[in-house]
Ligand binder design. Structure first.
Ligand code: ZN
Length: 209
């Protein structure tokens, strides 16, 4: 966690998820960031989240770790040195109010422990990632399943876009967006994230307050 620099997140990168929240499907990547203090391991531990601010939604996402800068002549895949599954946790009721008022999303997306991270896995490349589905089980029941082939903006496009617009370097993370199926967490929920059917991350949710 200590070497993390920028935490970039992509919103509405899967059509069915954009539609389930009643959002327009974007024509350019929608980016936001989280403070590094949002990052927390998801390795069988208990994760404390705010319990008195309305619904806290899970969003299971493929998370890329950047290991080097994108130099001229390099391919976007060359800068990624690992990936995992993580949760972009969201105070959905807070976000709805912020969106209606046109205010920034920080309060809804940037709270402590809102960026969970499973164990780092070797990155098989953008094409290689498409070979396996990722899946979230809540209390043993499938809540979300996705495949990176359904991304509206490909990993290569996201990397080039972020690099050009905001900069990208070692220690940066990219949460690449969630597929459909997001829902509110309940105190005591046991979450398990699967990569190709194998457990890559797990935790128990503790809603505080
Ligand atoms: Zn998300």
């Amino acid at each position: 966690m200590e070497n993390i620099r920028n935490i970039y997140c992509v919103g509405r990168n899967y059509r069915l998820h954009a539609e389930e929240l009643g959002n327009e499907v974007p024509t350019a990547p929608l980016l936001f960031t989280k403070p590094t203090h949002a990052a927390v391991p998801m390795n069988g531990n208990e994760i404390e989240l705010p319990g008195g601010k309305g619904e806290v939604h899970f969003e299971l996402e493929l998370v890329l770790r950047v290991g080097q800068r994108l130099e001229p002549g390099m391919e976007p895949d060359d800068v990624i040195d690992g990936f995992t599954l993580g949760l972009d946790l969201t105070l959905r009721d807070v976000q709805s109010v912020l969106k209606a008022k046109g205010l920034p999303w920080l309060e809804a997306k940037g709270f402590k422990n809102s960026a969970t991270l499973g164990e780092w896995l070797p990155y098989p490349g953008e094409e290689g990632l498409k070979a396996k589905d990722f899946e979230l089980l809540r209390n043993g029941v499938r809540a979300q399943i996705g495949n990176s082939s359904d991304m509206l903006f490909s990993i290569g496009r996201l990397i080039r876009h972020i690099d050009e617009a905001y900069g990208l370097g070692p220690g940066d993370l990219i949460y690449t967006g969630t597929p459909a199926g997001v829902a509110a967490l309940v105190d005591g929920d046991k979450l398990e994230a699967l990569w190709g059917g194998e457990t890559a991350a797990s935790c128990t949710i503790k809603l505080m307050g």
